[in-house]
Design a protein around this ligand. Structure first.
Ligand SMILES: Nc1ncnc2c1ncn2[C@@H]1O[C@H](COP(=O)(O)OP(=O)(O)OP(=O)(O)O)[C@@H](O)[C@H]1O
Ligand SMILES: [Mg+2]
Length: 278
């Protein structure tokens, strides 16, 4: 692949499952060497879009280009090669619990390169250093905090020197300080390695820190595609509500739900139940 800056071009794209579209009429370019943040309400199809770009599902129609390649037209072998250059940070880091951090990060190297195990491990530790975790390479994922697991996931996503890095909700579940640190890491990785970064997020603070480009999904389509400044200046009502975090008016009554009858419990807790309820 020439260079590292890969635009991702989505043309007349419709994505969904079982023939039913989740998002249609997608005509956007995620610019190479920049961070694009994909925003939108829960269930609007952000992860679905990413999964289709990674060819985990086939589009219902339209084309996806990564750099010069129409990914649906690549042979299996060409796609397998290209996919090695696409890093993915899953929501929970998706580390294997039975492996140490070092071995987790070394795994793609062991699978896809001819490096000796020791060399793979050393390279993995150097990637852990990128995210400040080199001293923790011998620990298992359950010995780490959520924020550390995310950073380790990022090290693993970076281990094959990707041209494009996809991050699905990288800051979800993190406190504001950890989120801000992760944002800084993404900015540093973009600058240092000149990669294209695509971040799915709900996190407006994060979007305001890292986004060069923003795509907002909703109502089964692209509601916005442009720079962060253009988004901030929008007068569109839905987008303003989204940006200003205004609640949508609900028509359904809230908080009316049936209560659990303690006599249904297998243990007799009725006395304690009453006390606790008072
Ligand atoms: N594998 C699947 N098969 C069928 N439908 C799916 C599948 N995955 C997701 N969907 C549906 O597609 C729609 C979009 O889901 P998606 O996970 O892309 O939303 P999202 O924007 O990422 O939401 P969130 O912010 O909550 O992660 C939802 O209605 C969901 O039920
Ligand atoms: Mg999602």
């Amino acid at each position: 692949m020439p260079g590292k800056r890969h635009d991702i071009r989505l043309t007349n794209l419709a994505v969904g499952y079982g023939g039913t579209p989740v998002v249609s009429d997608v005509n956007v370019t995620l610019p190479g060497g920049k961070i694009t943040v994909i925003l939108g309400g829960s269930g609007c199809g952000k992860s679905t879009l990413i999964k289709h770009i990674l060819r985990l599902h086939d589009p219902l129609s339209g084309a996806i280009h990564i750099g010069p390649h129409n990914i649906m037209e690549l042979t299996r072998r060409q796609w397998a090669c290209l996919k090695l250059r696409l890093g993915l940070l899953f929501q929970d880091g998706a580390l294997l619990g039975s492996l140490t951090l070092g071995d987790n990060v070394a795994l793609p190297l062991r699978e896809h390169t001819r490096l000796k195990p020791r060399e793979a491990y050393e390279l993995a530790v150097s990637k852990l250093a990128l995210v400040g975790l080199e001293k923790f390479a011998h620990l298992y994922p359950n010995q780490l905090s959520g924020g550390m697991r995310k950073r380790a996931g990022l090290a693993r996503a970076m281990v094959m020197d990707p041209a494009v890095l996809f991050c699905d909700e990288p800051t979800s579940g993190l406190d504001p300080i950890n989120s801000a640190e992760l944002d800084q890491l993404l900015l540093e990785l973009k600058e240092r390695f000149d990669i294209t970064v695509v971040v799915v997020s709900h996190d407006l603070a994060s979007m305001r820190t890292i986004a060069d480009h923003v795509v907002v999904l909703g109502e089964g389509r692209v509601l916005f595609d442009g720079s962060r400044d253009e988004l901030e200046a929008t007068r569109d009502d839905y987008l303003r509500r989204f940006l200003d975090r205004l609640a949508q008016e609900r028509t359904a009554p809230r908080l009316s739900t049936s209560r659990l009858d303690p006599s249904l419990l297998k243990m007799d807790c009725s006395e304690l139940w009453e006390q606790v309820q008072e």
